[in-house]
Design a protein around this ligand. Sequence first.
Ligand code: KG4
Ligand code: ZN
Length: 337
Amino acid sequence: MRILGIESSCDETAAAVVEDGRKIISNIVSTQISIHELYGGVVPEIASRAHLEAISSVTEKALAEVGGIDNIDAVAVTNAPGLIGALLVGLGFAKGLAFSAGKPLIPVHHIRGHVAASYLSNPDLKPPFVALIVSGGHSHLVHVKDYTDYTILGGTRDDAAGESFDKAARVLGLGYPGGPKMDALAKEGDPDAIHFPRVHFADAPFDFSFSGVKTSIINYAHNAAQTGKELNNPDVAASFSKAVCEILTEKAVLAVNTLDLPDKRLVVAGGVAANSMLRSMITAAAKKNGISLYIPDLSLCGDNAAMIAAQGFYEYSIGRVASTDLNAFATESIELK
Ligand code: KG4
Ligand code: ZN
């Protein structure tokens, strides 16, 4: 079954064709980074307009690989969560395309899509597993019991992991997009130079909090400014990254070791899965704990439509199809219950 995926929840306009949830036939991503760079972050209204301008040509390119919409069996689209104006562009376009071509329309949860990116990079991966989801707006530990059966084990109580990287980057004056810039700078610094706090909750071992480490880096920078001390940016970036990556790694491993899974499997999903320190730290921890680790290829960690088409295949298999009254939602639980 060939599915066309369409994604427009934030700052990438994307379309892709995927076969049977696993094989990428085409994968087109048009990024808006150069547009939002000027403002130091994503401006929602500008994002919506840029999606409108790009969506037709991006979809046309993705469909060209298969000879057009007639050779597609269904259209999957991200309808939640995300920037509402941005989501509506992709959703409106997907609705029009699906219904004019007489193809089923499949609504896909964006974060479930991030998890499905691992199916594309790891052909042998099957649920059940634990997923560590770390994106710009979400940080969750989830028990993925089946392709469409999710139970949240814990989540962030304040900032998401990606958001914390973005805010730290702003403190260091690195600009947007912050995460990748922090990653690059951290490689040049000493991760043990500064101790930033790690937050644990006695009653909720799988919950995260990143507001403390964010405040801590802000205070560190202010103190340096007040005392006329020059910041060693690479050391700050490396130490901050270590604090965040350690917490993510520890809790993800604890979740896998705590759950009664038939096989110890861990998936890392979302934009922050591209972080080099997280990838190496979690790889080492998984090895030490006998956990099979699945992380998408770097090209599939960020927002793309192949992951939406992949998850769309599994949503369709349980009959999740929509009609023209399908709406977009800025927030929606990953459990979809
Ligand atoms: O999943 P994603 O592409 O979009 C959302 O669904 O939110 O995640 C974007 C987030 C941003 O906060 C970005 O700074 C972060 O992922 N990110 C990274 C890296 N690449 C992207 N954070 C740390 N290191 C990276 N290499
Ligand atoms: Zn995303």
